[in-house]
Design a protein around this ligand. Structure first.
Ligand code: IPE
Ligand code: IPE
Ligand code: MG
Length: 256
């Protein structure tokens, strides 16, 4: 491999990183503290991750903060998470804006209380012109919900006569799932030791490289993220083709 340093334009650096931030509860329990202390520590790790993306020139970061299924957790934990979420929004938006981060939220927003929904809208409109890093927070999000809402929106257009059922292909669905305006995630990272997707971006992760670590989310540091990037840089992404096709991508187009 070349010793040339990878740059943001290099295919060896992911353009879009998607992260399941897992392990907050266990981090706290190991310290004999309530789970909410782990969530608080987890909020700090979010900044580590954002800083890393800004430094490396990664274009898009999507963070799984709260799943559709997480609503089923004990009421006091959900309540504490909502408070933390609101505080973090109020506290961080100015700084994110100053650093050129565009913030957006994906998920079933109607399930949040009004104060959080207002802060989400405020954060989105305040940062909408920024282009340095596209930060998407998946909150009250589920990959199945995402596909269902895309299907529903296609059905509405069919029912209104604006769309023919024959026009529903992969591209049409891809346009209606969340993150449609971003490149698909190149690299997925999950902390916390479990090797599963947990209903994160089911459609969008079809050809994403997956990387797992036992490290708990509040322990996240730049060195760990760099290990994930180094691993990614050494992988061959074949997208169903052969290694030879990937090595010489123009062979088929230029037969002479
Ligand atoms: C991730 O940490 C944060 C959320 C799901 C909100 P967990 O709270 O799932 O922590 P563990 O997996 O129980 O340790
Ligand atoms: C996935 O973590 C969701 C988030 C990190 C927001 P969970 O802790 O909810 O996942 P499971 O229950 O271990 O699959
Ligand atoms: Mg968990």
């Amino acid at each position: 491999m070349s010793s040339e340093p990878a740059t943001a334009a290099s295919p060896r650096i992911p353009r879009h990183l998607a992260v399941i931030m897992d392990g907050n509860g266990r981090w706290a329990q190991r310290r004999r503290r309530p789970r909410v202390i782990g969530h608080r520590a987890g909020a700090r790790a979010v900044n580590v991750c954002i800083d890393f993306c800004l430094e490396r020139g990664i274009e898009a970061l999507t963070l799984f903060a709260f799943s559709s299924e997480n609503w089923g957790r004990p009421e006091d934990e959900v309540g504490a998470l909502m408070k933390l979420f609101l505080n973090a929004l109020e506290r961080e938006v100015d700084e994110l804006d100053r650093r050129g981060v565009r913030v957006r939220f994906i998920g079933e927003r109607e399930r949040f209380g009004e104060a959080i929904r207002l802060q989400m809208t405020h954060a989105e409109s305040r940062t909408q012109a920024n282009t340095r890093l596209h930060l998407t927070i998946a909150a009250s999000y589920g990959g199945r919900w995402d596909i269902a809402q895309a299907a529903r929106s296609l059905a509405v257009d069919v029912a209104a006569g604006r769309l023919s059922p024959d026009a529903i292909d992969e591209a049409a669905i891809a346009q209606r799932v969340c993150l449609a305006d971003l490149p698909a995630p190149d690299l997925f990272i999950r902390t916390g030791g479990d090797t599963r997707i947990s209903n994160f971006l089911l459609w969008q992760l079809a050809y994403t490289e997956l990387w797992f670590t036992d490290l708990l989310w509040p322990e996240l540091d730049a060195a760990t993220l760099q290990r994930a990037l180094d691993d990614y840089a050494g992988r061959e992404r074949r997208f169903g083709l052969t290694g030879a096709q990937i090595a010489a991508p123009t062979t088929n187009e230029t037969p002479e």
